[in-house]
Design a binder for this molecule. Structure first.
Ligand SMILES: NC(=O)C1=CN([C@@H]2O[C@H](COP(=O)(O)OP(=O)(O)OC[C@H]3O[C@@H](n4cnc5c(N)ncnc54)[C@H](O)[C@@H]3O)[C@@H](O)[C@H]2O)C=CC1
Ligand SMILES: CC(C)CC(=O)C(=O)O
Length: 363
């Protein structure tokens, strides 16, 4: 991999490798763009097949965060971290503390939170070394686990997408196929179940499948079967790149709306589903609830204010489809346009010198 070529292609600012032999920490922090503010994005812990896979994941996720913050109307940049390791076996206090010290060393350019494989307890350990961490235990005045809020935002965004496809945002009676029923999707399933939707679920973790079956009467299917089941809405809530050459021909749903980051394997897949007439709610617009929630901590956390802003995801998804119809472009392109225009507009307004930089997030 030609790292500098990749950084240049998408205009990344910084890529940091963190190694601590004593604790076994091997982590990567990617900062994509801080035009709008400090880069905020979660830390993923995952057993990557290769180091290159970990680098690419960190970079792709960081860029997604730039767009997520911009599209959500937040004054934040995009960054993300990955820790190489098995979240079930390799965690320790010393590892998260070593990682926290690396974050502290960035002096606020990067602020972390939870992602796949990390928990509130992990954020609490990072918090022992740095204040540049969100999603910490509520006992510290923080907002805690962002997943239920992400789930609520996805639920609202799914309703907005359903309105475009079906003329109504009522999900009662709709069949929703959910891939991955972890932290976010379990809460999403609860909202859908309460509204009267029928659920089909899959997961590589049998316990998680059983929980959804028992609690919400979901029907369980195999991990490969989920793409081709008869359903109205497909909700990808596991990992990325699941809209690809293999899945597009078999997806039966008219709507794709889920929590996973980086759902399109390549941009051209977004064009293909658009041409097929599928209504795809762009991932970083629909799953911004967790980011909106943790971002509120930077102003002394207020849940009511945060939830009010999460409600705007419905309008943001609606706006994306309006731009898509107006300009006859795929929804992912419409979302990119919305985010890029905001960054460009604000970059211009920030061109005047201010001695201490931005005041918004300085503590
Ligand atoms: N937690 C949050 O607040 C946010 C999460 N996201 C994204 O949403 C997605 C889900 O996040 P979480 O629920 O927090 O993670 P999680 O780790 O709790 O849940 C993911 C679930 O997917 C399952 N899974 C993994 N590979 C699978 C496969 N091939 N087939 C079926 N199931 C599979 C896992 O076993 C797990 O149950 C991720 O892509 C994450 O980046 C995005 C925004 C915020
Ligand atoms: C809670 C968020 C900051 C998690 C995140 O990194 C994301 O939205 O992908």
């Amino acid at each position: 991999m030609q790292i500098f070529d990749y950084l240049q292609r998408y205009d990344y600012e910084q890529l940091l490798f963190c190694q601590d032999e004593a604790s076994g920490l091997r982590a990567i922090i990617a900062i994509h763009d801080t035009t709008l503010g400090p880069a905020l994005g979660g830390t993923r812990m995952w057993t990557y097949q290769t180091e290159e896979d970990a680098i690419i994941d960190a970079l792709r996720l960081a860029r997604g965060m730039t767009y997520k913050a911009a599209a959500a109307g937040l004054n934040l940049g995009g960054g993300k971290a990955v820790i190489l390791g098995d979240p079930r076996k390799d965690k320790s206090e010393e590892m998260f503390r070593a990682f926290g010290r690396y974050i502290q060393g960035l002096n606020g350019r990067y602020i972390t939170a939870e992602d796949v494989g990390t928990t509130v307890a992990d954020m609490d350990m990072i918090h022992l070394e740095t204040n540049y961490v969100t999603g910490v235990s509520p006992a510290f005045g923080s907002s805690g686990n962002p997943s239920p809020v992400t789930a609520y935002g996805v639920y609202r965004g799914m309703k907005a997408a359903a309105k475009v496809a079906y003329g109504t945002d009522n999900l009662s009676g709709k069949v929703v196929a959910v891939q991955g029923v972890g932290n976010v999707a379990y809460n999403l399933c609860r909202h859908l179940h309460e509204e009267g939707a029928h659920l089909i679920v899959t997961d590589i973790n049998e316990e998680n499948v059983n929980r959804a079956v028992n609690d919400f009467g979901a029907k369980a299917v195999g991990v490969h079967e989920i793409f081709s089941v008869e359903c109205d809405i497909f909700a990808p809530c596991a990992l990325g790149a699941i809209i690809n050459d293999d899945t597009i021909p078999v997806i039966k749903a008219k709507v794709i709306a889920g929590a996973a980051n980086n759902q399109l394997k390549e941009e051209r897949h977004g064009d293909e589903i658009h041409q097929k007439g599928l209504i795809y709610a762009p991932d970083y617009v629909i799953n911004a609830g967790g980011l909106i929630n943790v971002a509120d901590e930077l102003h002394v956390y207020n849940r009511e204010r945060a939830m009010k802003k999460v409600e705007t995801i419905y309008d943001n998804i609606t706006k994306v489809f309006e731009i898509s119809a107006r300009d006859n472009i795929a929804s992912y392109k419409a979302a990119d346009r919305m985010a890029e225009e905001r960054i460009a507009r604000l970059a211009k307004s920030q061109s005047t010198f201010l001695r201490d930089g931005k005041s918004v997030y300085s503590k």
